[in-house]
Design a protein around this ligand. Structure first.
Ligand SMILES: Cc1ncc(COP(=O)(O)O)c(C=O)c1O
Length: 399
């Protein structure tokens, strides 16, 4: 390899370290759960995982993955339309559609892939994508890809600002298709998209509404059916994309859920479907078991809700300023990036693993540690984590 190229990478990596933005990986030796064993640190409580329902280490889910391996083997060895597709993919897709309240769904190897596939495949140069300013990186890149390969127009509306979206939709009235894309739950804030207003606006402007519910599926609504269930809008959202890599077993994979025609069109034309392997059958079977577990155990969702409410209330009691909200994503705002990183390091030293986020991932001056609560946490886990927050908060004179 060119030494100039290597030198440039090394120089930039050094710069990351000097700027305090270099990420060091923490290696785990046990499954994701309320507590894990971290290499060289021993047992830590995890407050930074998307294992919302605790299904990563659920015996039924693990058993299903093993059975999938025995029954279908290790992988698909090609793309679905070339070498055949597994019956478990069809069962998983029916289950995902049933869960989120659409007629059909189509699985992808990640929600990132699902998001990137959608607008670039179904839109063209007469169309426009309108995207919330705080949407996830995969949606931002999906817009860039659609602009570059499908030649559609793209626009960004101010975060959750319905007046701005209204104006931009009105200005786009001559476009053949207007596609509005929003996160259901904004992952850095833990806040919800204004779904009722979005549904109304999209209907009025004859726009297609796409909700990425990666942090809502399995989490929101009485039965964990997502942001749409939370707002009483099941069956009213045109397209839902989501992940199988968070609440639903946490392995990997994602899906686009919508009409039968949409899923068929993506099967015919989406490049990640046509030129990349399907979800491994082990993952498809464990994800299917996760959906079925969720359907049979809505009490898990209630436990998650109770745990999140408890942790939020106790943080307030201690004198922290978590962002208000009703999701298990509870960010504690600290201001400068260095303060968030320092806090997360001190918490780890106290046996609590929670990540600090700074600029440019979040706005300047709004660095935070982002706590994520799981149904797997016991009160004892949460109380121990809160004791660490108190100790570190006092040490840093935050409370
Ligand atoms: C809103 C949102 N969409 C998509 C993704 C990507 O999910 P996956 O890991 O399945 O690619 C994430 C993951 O961080 C997310 O938070």
């Amino acid at each position: 390899m060119s030494s100039a190229f290597e030198q440039r990478l090394e120089h930039e990596l050094e710069q990351f370290i000097n700027d305090g933005v270099y990420k060091r990986l923490n290696y785990l030796e046990t499954p994701q759960d309320a507590r894990v064993t971290m290499e060289d640190r021993g047992e830590v409580i995890i407050l930074s995982s998307n294992n919302y329902l605790g299904l990563c280490n659920e015996p039924e889910v693990i058993a299903a993955g093993k059975a999938g391996l025995e029954r279908y083997g290790a992988g698909t060895a090609s793309v679905r339309f070339i070498c055949g597709t597994y019956t478990v993919h069809r069962a998983l897709e029916a289950a995902c559609a049933r869960l989120v309240g659409t007629a059909a769904s189509l699985s992808f190897v990640s929600a990132w892939n699902a998001n990137e596939a959608l607008p670039a495949t179904v839109l063209g140069e007469r169309d426009i994508v309108l995207s919330d300013q705080l949407n996830h990186a995969s949606i931002i890149d999906a817009g860039r890809l659609a602009k570059s390969i499908a030649k559609c127009e793209t626009a960004v509306y101010r975060h959750a600002d319905m007046a701005d979206l209204d104006a931009k939709l009105a200005a786009a009235r001559d476009r053949r298709t207007r596609m509005v894309i929003t996160d259901g739950v904004f992952s850095m804030e833990g806040s919800l998209a204004p779904l009722p207003a979005l549904v109304e606006l999209c209907r009025r402007h004859d726009a297609v509404l796409v909700v990425d519910d990666s942090h809502g599926t399995g989490v929101l609504g009485e039965h964990g059916r997502g942001t749409a269930e939370h707002f009483g809008l099941l069956g009213e959202i045109d397209v839902i994309t989501s992940t199988l890599g968070k609440a639903l077993g946490g392995a990997a994979g994602g899906f686009v859920a919508g009409s039968a025609a949409l899923c068929d069109y993506l099967t015919q034309r989406a490049r990640p479907q046509l030129f990349s392997n399907a979800l491994p059958p082990t993952v498809a079977t464990s994800a299917l078991a996760s959906v079925e577990f969720l359907e049979a155990h809505p009490e898990r969702v209630a436990t998650l809700r109770d745990n999140a409410a408890y942790f939020r209330a106790q943080l307030l009691e201690l004198g922290f300023r978590p962002l208000p909200g009703e999701t298990p994503i509870i960010p504690v705002i600290l201001g400068e990036t260095a303060a968030a990183i320092r806090m997360s390091e001190l918490l780890l030293a106290e046996g609590v693993f929670v990540t600090g986020f700074g600029y440019p991932v979040v706005p300047q001056g709004e660095a935070r540690v982002r706590c994520q609560i799981s149904a797997a946490h016991t009160r004892d886990d949460l109380d121990q984590a809160l004791a660490a927050f108190r100790k570190v908060g006092e040490k840093l004179a935050l409370i």
